[in-house]
Ligand binder design. Structure first.
Ligand SMILES: Nc1ncnc2c1ncn2[C@@H]1O[C@H](COP(=O)(O)OP(=O)(O)OP(=O)(O)O)[C@@H](O)[C@H]1O
Ligand SMILES: [Mg+2]
Length: 471
């Protein structure tokens, strides 16, 4: 598949793609769009930043157009669910971008903003509704919305939607949907236990994994710095000054931690802003919009920004704290090196807990990350055995209470931990991963399945769309 023309998509869609400078389908698009166009259920797994959104949005829009009926009042033909308000807004923007020539009726149903406007938006009936599960159920329970006419269901970040934080809400929602529907699940990660849960909601799905599940994008130069806890704030400031940062996204485990990091960066003369669940939705939207435009260059976030968020020009992701769910690492670092770009991911690791999270991460992504030891001598013996620093660039190839998480409370809630398991041999800390064959070697060319995105430039109105999101 070399061109979007080969899909025979409606002209209005092809035109929008041209305007977006999409010339070549990415591997996940090439493999899933034709199947989804036939009406089959799909589970699509592909690395971060490789165009999964268009993989579901384009075939759905095409199929809507093939049978353009007027939606019944208080119903939606397409229901897309995602774990965060910001991601839902972004997905809606993508539908509106690809559907800009078809006068699409679409709306967003997310928490943290008044319901009245959403109630009014769904009243006449919609073609596309993008939602977070909690607010969607509120609308249903308030009789503002019926799910009986949904023809297409998408779970973006499907493994997250089916983990224990969201599964109860998702079950309630799915129980209200027609049995006859097309269901599309997408993510970069899919733990086995979750994949089994997914099966109950799918009908004879096509399973497409263009790269190994949970693999990280090769163009991300990943590295680990072992450091004392107390030295993390200074080291972060130092790194942000030394590194050629265009835009940096710093992840912390807690909301409080994010605020503390902002303060310490400001003290060091680095302007930064935080985004997390204790901030108002208005503030969250404004801050993310300012990060998109480049007005804010350092954004400190909890995991509400870990999944799906697509911001141009994020050159650096820093894990100020390591996540204890290894898949989260894959998603966090995937905020850089998107759409064929390059990126750097640096993880600050302190103490035995974070060392054990690191081992879980390395086991998941099947890469041993290069480590640098900046701990003071007194602290070294206490932690796990030091590993030799190594030259490895990038590599092989990313749970909490959901309603709270929709509210952005991502740092709280139950934690799923994949502990070292005797049956699975640990990756020796100092092992050099075998080099993977590279095809082409160019910036956007890579091994099978890894994105080969070719786009001359990002159209200006794309970013603007996102900033003009309602609420
Ligand atoms: N065929 C294409 N050509 C050029 N650019 C593309 C193409 N498909 C998608 N893109 C762009 O690539 C970027 C990443 O796409 P998208 O957000 O859909 O990735 P994703 O696979 O969903 O990543 P994540 O796993 O992080 O959610 C977006 O800016 C999108 O506009
Ligand atoms: Mg995505």
């Amino acid at each position: 598949m070399t061109s979007f023309q080969d899909f025979n998509l409606a002209d209005a869609l092809t035109r929008a793609l041209k305007e977006e400078n999409y010339t070549t389908p990415t591997p996940i698009q090439a493999q899933t769009i034709p199947i989804a166009l036939q009406g089959r259920d799909v589970v699509g797994i592909a690395q971060t930043g490789t165009g999964k959104t268009a993989s579901f949005a384009l075939p759905i829009l095409h199929r809507l157009l093939e049978n353009r009926i007027k939606p019944q009042p208080k119903t939606a033909r397409v229901l897309v669910l995602s774990p965060t308000r910001e991601l839902s807004g972004q997905i809606l923007d993508s539908f509106n971008t690809y559907g800009r020539h078809i006068r699409l009726s679409s709306a967003l149903a997310i928490g943290g903003v008044p319901m009245g406007r959403q109630v009014r938006a769904v009243m006449p009936g919609l073609e596309v509704l993008v939602a977070t599960p909690g607010r969607l159920l509120d609308l249903v329970q308030g009789n503002a919305l019926k799910l009986s006419h949904v023809e297409f269901l998408v779970l973006d970040e499907a493994d997250r939607m089916l983990d224990m934080g969201f599964i109860n809400d998702i079950r309630k929602i799915v129980a209200k949907l027609p049995i006859k529907r097309q269901t599309l699940f997408f993510s970069a990660t899919m733990p086995k236990d979750i994949a089994e849960l997914a099966d109950a909601m799918l009908r004879d799905p096509a399973r497409v994994a263009v790269t190994p599940v949970s693999s990280t994008v090769e163009r991300i130069a990943q590295r680990v710095i072992q450091v004392d806890h107390s030295a993390k704030p200074n080291l972060l400031a130092q790194l942000l000054k030394q590194e050629p940062v265009n835009r940096a996204l710093v992840f912390t485990r807690t909301k409080h931690g994010a605020d503390k990091v902002v303060k310490s960066l400001e003290k060091a003369g680095i302007p930064a802003q935080a985004i997390h669940g204790n901030k108002s939705q208005n503030h969250r939207e404004r801050t993310l919009a300012a990060f998109r435009t480049g007005e804010i260059r350092t954004l400190v976030a909890t995991d509400i920004a870990a999944r799906g968020i697509d911001v141009d020009g994020v050159s650096h992701v820093v894990n100020f704290d390591l996540p204890n769910v290894p898949e989260t690492y894959v998603h966090r670092i995937g905020r850089t090196a998107r759409a064929g770009a390059e990126g750097v991911a640096i993880s600050l690791v302190a103490g035995p807990d974070e060392m054990s999270y690191l081992r879980d991460i390395e086991r998941l992504i099947k890469v041993s990350l290069p480590r640098e030891d900046r701990r003071t001598p007194g602290h070294r013996e206490a932690a796990a055995p030091p590993a030799k620093p190594q030259q490895h660039r990038g590599g092989r190839p990313g749970m909490q209470n959901a309603r709270a998480n929709e509210g952005g409370n991502a740092a709280k809630g139950p934690r799923r931990r994949r502990r070292s398991n005797a049956k699975v041999p640990a990756l020796p800390g100092n092992r050099q991963e075998p080099q993977r064959p590279s095809q082409g070697g160019g910036k956007a060319g890579s091994i099978q399945g890894v994105a080969f995105l070719h786009r001359e430039g990002r159209p200006k109105n794309h970013a603007q769309n996102r900033n003009q999101r309602p609420n």
